[in-house]
Ligand binder design. Structure first.
Ligand SMILES: Cc1ncc(COP(=O)(O)O)c(C=O)c1O
Length: 355
């Protein structure tokens, strides 16, 4: 075969297979920042009620956009939906393709798909290292050059769980030339407790800012694949044009609407996350393990040079956590807050292995 594949594509690593385990019983999945709880009863009812409709192409996008618009006090034209926020990242890269400017700036480490998708779509990637475990907004601003087209920010940042605050973002965005798109991925935004977290909707009219959100995390719909993006109407409409017409399945659409209607479910999820976060802080303190205080549903813990080995040993106990070697942090693991009993089993296993 003599099909020539470009270097950028050859270099893309496969998604780690271990992350796919866990459908079988008995696995504790603390590696992918999913919600450990089943979705709300309202979601399950909506799914069952709509199963017979799957012989048709999906409808219901407008209704979901309306529910999202109502929740945020914006217009439906300011919302675009995606097959997970992963698809929205791709839609941004597709809609902003440009003959001259091909530069994308990301924080390193951050959610790997920004970099992977940028390479797939032929962009030039610049990576700006963290500063004190946080996004270095000044470093990102300084990295802008004549090639820059898109900046991907992640708030809270995966994998550290740290945030930048509203005043920090305002200082940053004021300085960014307005031909550069700033995509702010708030996949974990619902979990944030810090009151200075940006009210990012404020920025979408005055600046070329898009906000990415997902139903995969706080709303417990990761398996259905649905996310959304909010921004200024014309920008949103360009993103919409690059999308496959039916990329979001009909069950995901009704489930997401039901999820938005169930505030009690969300409240419970956030309360549990808070409790489990406190549990992890306490336990890691007792073990004298350094961790990064988190605003998300996961926590980055410094294990030391044995981090990969300990991840493997946990795997043998059917506990999945994420070793951060691929993120350039080989001494760390990232642990999702699971259910209370899962977190306790993880801590006991960790203690045993460390001993
Ligand atoms: C920062 C961030 N953005 C986006 C995603 C992908 O979300 P979705 O399931 O909506 O595609 C993830 C998933 O882990 C993530 O960590």
């Amino acid at each position: 075969m003599s099909i020539d594949i470009e270097k950028e594509i050859k270099e893309i690593p496969h998604y780690p297979k271990a992350m796919m385990y866990g459908d079988a019983d008995g696995w504790i999945r603390l590696a992918s920042n999913e919600n450990p709880y089943p979705p709300s009863k309202a979601v399950l009812e909506a799914v069952l009620d709509n199963l017979f409709g799957i012989s048709r192409y999906p409808g219901g996008e407008y209704e979901l956009k309306e529910s999202i618009a109502l929740k945020f006090g914006i217009k439906t034209e300011q919302v675009v939906l995606g097959d997970g926020s992963d698809e929205i990242i791709e839609m941004i890269l597709k809609a902003l393709r440009h003959k001259g400017k091909k530069g994308v700036i990301v924080t390193e480490p951050s959610f790997p798909f920004y970099g992977i998708a940028s390479k797939v779509y032929g962009y030039n990637l610049k990576k700006v290292p963290l500063k004190n475990m946080k996004t270095d907004l000044k470093g990102i601003k300084d990295a802008i050059d004549s090639d820059t087209r898109i900046i991907f920010l992640n708030n809270p940042l995966n994998p550290t769980g740290t945030i930048f605050k509203e005043n920090e973002f305002l200082d940053f965005i004021k300085e960014i030339p307005d031909h550069i798109l700033v995509a702010v991925d708030e996949a974990y935004g619902e979990f944030v407790e810090d009151r200075d977290f940006p009210q990012s909707l404020k920025f979408i009219e005055a600046y070329p800012v898009l906000i990415l959100k997902t139903f995969s995390k706080a709303y417990a719909l990761a398996g259905l694949r649905i996310g959304y993006c909010i921004g200024e109407g014309s920008l949103i409409s360009y993103l919409e044009r690059t999308r496959q017409p039916f990329s979001i399945n009909s069950i995901a659409l009704v489930a997401a609407r039901a999820a938005l209607s169930d505030n009690d479910f969300l409240k419970n999820v956030l309360n549990n996350n808070k409790k489990e976060k406190a549990f992890f802080y306490r336990e890691f303190d007792k073990l004298s393990l350094e961790y990064v205080p988190t605003e998300a549903n996961f926590i980055l813990v410094k294990i030391g040079h044995d981090a990969e080995y300990i991840t493997k040993r946990l795997f043998e106990e059917r506990i999945l956590v994420r070793w951060m070697g691929a993120y350039g942090m080989p001494d760390y693991i990232r642990v999702t807050m699971g259910k209370s009993e899962e977190n306790r089993i993880f801590i006991e296993a960790l203690k045993k292995i460390i001993r």
